[in-house]
Design a protein. Structure first.
Length: 197
């Protein structure tokens, strides 16, 4: 994958597979009006979910490839970034304002003229048209997202059978040798791992 910092300095070729002459039938599903967006290399791919494309759907999907960061442009013009994001290992996590790509993807699309500064940006499911509003594109790309807030709230869920013990002694870390992710315990931020739950 090409680093985003490199992408931001390059020109992008927009590969628009949408058929400009397509007229939805009265029986077309609402999903067909949405524009799907993938960025792969130095190309931005635009296509519709299912029908209304210039080429065969299966050919477009095989060209676009990995859907890990598949974005959605709603019929109303809002951009929906995927609420799930994976890293190099393909392990998924929940996207938030500070996640890799949340600021960079809109910046790339702005430079390419796909979206406008006033475009509303949401984090949500690509198969839907709604999500959590995080700002308009023009303001979002100006934010410094390298600095995390000084205070963040985290929630811990557990089985009710453990509740009594937690109420008595609180949340406490297991010895390293008893943890599920033994091999990963000291790989990232070892200074936190002794007291991490």
């Amino acid at each position: 994958m090409i680093p985003l910092k490199s992408l931001l300095k390059e020109a992008y070729e927009v590969m628009d597979y949408r058929d400009p002459n397509w007229i939805p039938s009265p029986y077309e599903e609402k999903d067909r009006y949405k524009t799907m967006i993938n960025i792969k290399g130095y190309k931005i791919y635009l296509y519709r979910w299912g029908s209304g494309n210039k080429g065969e759907w299966k050919d477009i999907i095989s060209t676009v490839g990995d859907h890990n960061d598949m974005m959605l442009l709603t019929p109303g013009g809002s951009l929906v970034l995927p609420d799930r994001v994976g890293g190099e290992s393909k392990w998924e996590g929940a996207r938030n304002l500070y996640t890799y790509g949340t600021k960079e993807w809109p910046e790339i699309l702005l430079q390419a003229g796909i979206i406008k500064p006033e475009t509303k940006i949401y984090i949500g499911n690509w198969a839907g048209s709604r999500g959590t509003f995080i700002g308009r594109a023009g303001k979002l790309i100006k934010k410094d997202l390298t600095r995390l807030p000084s205070k963040m709230v985290f929630y811990h869920g557990t089985d009710s059978t453990r509740l009594e013990q937690i109420q008595q002694v609180g949340l406490s870390p297991l010895p390293r040798e008893k943890r599920v992710w033994k091999s990963d315990v000291l790989k990232h931020h070892p200074e936190w791992r002794e007291r991490a739950v």
